[in-house]
Design a protein around this ligand. Structure first.
Ligand code: 3PG
Length: 415
């Protein structure tokens, strides 16, 4: 992993001063369905610090691009509010254009002067951006062709999207001298802890909604022998309970069905049959009817599962205590509801008391961590959820592959 860091081109390999630069960032944020407003701007705050220092150091004409949500989702919105928040946190007046590859965007890019920053609208407004394909194909997309000739360099600081083989991630590196950005670099450094964390068990506490990615992560972790214990929570736990033959109840099965997760049962069963070190809850908190909250054994589930139960919290906390590395992804329950935050809060408390190196893998959890309670040399709060997990589990991420290809084409970057 350290070798990889040496191989990846970084900003130092480019001559950025006063050049026109396209930087892919990931400011995809949770959105309030009712108001369409950003619910948690942590990614914007993190990126802002890096954008500010790039502008101060190199004075480039800096164009930023990000996606937000996916077509068909309620989180699929414009980046106008993101631009306002970027301006607020960087102290730079960030321009915004409600266009991606059309004449308005291209003119705004051409007009941009050194030291100025422009944010394009949601890159996924261009339909090509949601298609996954090899770098070669993506470098020939309309999106890449329309934009690339306007820039001197491409920088990828969107670590959280590094697992997607989409045009703005893997297409540009083949046609422009490129480098990873400073946030990307920091994230890759944290990943190396999987190999250097010490002798104790490496414990993964996995939950959250992107369940298809999570199964892939677990398969990798098991194949590459990178986890001594995998503690499941949320819908992932329900999937494994079902795969074990536990009767989780029709309402909970329906929730899995809505996430298209029942198709994953054979893969979950395979993992269990192979003896993968996967733990499932022994009890859960459920909502029965409208109001009744029940803490019940998994052998006797009533109502909709909303959190892990008290005994499970204790058992999981004991596993966490022993660890030399703890990786945590996703809340353990429905944290938006006060009644079901306890599982997540108590696991975070257990994590803060260990001697382990702690990696918090993005998402809502990142905002719940009071990192001041953990010595900063011992915690990495990542902006990347599943990208980080896939890399930790031994996968070569498309963004990294494309960056290495770029290096071989442009010989380290100088234009
Ligand atoms: C994320 O939040 O995981 C990244 O922004 C990637 O988003 P995606 O899963 O919609 O590609």
């Amino acid at each position: 992993m350290d070798r990889l860091l040496l191989e990846l081109p970084t900003l130092e390999d480019l001559e950025l001063v006063k050049k026109k630069v396209f930087m892919r960032i990931d400011i995809n944020c949770p959105i309030d369905y009712e108001t369409g407003k950003i619910l948690d701007d942590r990614r914007i705050r993190v990126h802002s610090a890096y954008i500010k220092s790039i502008v101060e150091k190199y004075e480039p004409a800096l164009v930023l691009g990000s996606h937000q949500g996916r077509p068909g989702e309620r989180e699929f919105v414009s980046l106008e509010e993101h631009a306002e928040l970027l301006s607020k946190y960087t102290g730079i007046s960030i321009r915004f254009v409600d266009d991606v590859i059309g004449p308005a965007a291209r003119q705004a890019i051409k007009d941009l002067k050194p030291g100025e920053v422009l944010l394009l609208d949601n890159l996924r407004f261009v339909s090509e951006e949601v298609i996954e394909a090899d770098p070669e194909i993506q470098s020939n997309t309309i999106l890449v062709k329309k934009l690339s000739n306007l820039f001197d360099y491409y920088v990828n600081d969107a670590f959280a999207t590094a697992h997607r083989s989409q045009p703005s991630i893997v297409g540009f590196p083949l046609v422009l001298p490129s480098a990873i950005g400073p946030l990307f670099e920091k994230e890759v450094k944290a990943v190396s802890k999987i190999y250097t964390s010490g002798d104790g068990p490496r414990v993964f506490v996995l939950g959250g909604s992107k369940i298809h990615d999570l199964i892939r992560v677990i398969e990798n972790l098991v194949r590459n022998k990178l986890a001594e214990r995998i503690l499941t929570t949320g819908v992932l736990a329900q999937l494994f309970l079902l795969a074990k033959g536990v009767k989780i109840g029709d309402e909970n099965i329906r929730i899995l069905e809505e996430k298209n997760a029942l198709t994953l049962i054979p893969r979950a069963r395979q993992l269990l049959l192979k003896g993968a070190p996967i733990e499932t809850p022994v009890d859960v908190k459920t909502l029965v009817g409208e109001k009744e909250v029940d803490n019940t054994s998994v052998t006797n589930i009533r109502g909709v599962i909303k959190d892990i139960g008290d005994t499970t919290i204790e058992v999981y906390s004991e596993f966490i205590k022993e660890a030399s590395l703890v990786v945590m992804r996703g809340p353990a329950g429905v944290i938006e509801d006060e009644r079901f935050r306890e599982g997540t809060l108590r696991l975070l408390d257990a994590v803060s008391k260990t001697r382990a190196f702690v990696i918090i893998a993005g998402g809502h959890l990142g905002s719940m961590v009071d990192d001041s309670r953990i010595d900063s040399s011992r915690i990495h709060v990542s902006t990347g959820g599943n990208a980080l997990l896939l890399m930790l589990s031994g996968e070569e991420l498309p963004a990294i592959k494309a960056m290495l290809l770029s290096k071989s084409i442009f010989h380290g970057g100088k234009k």
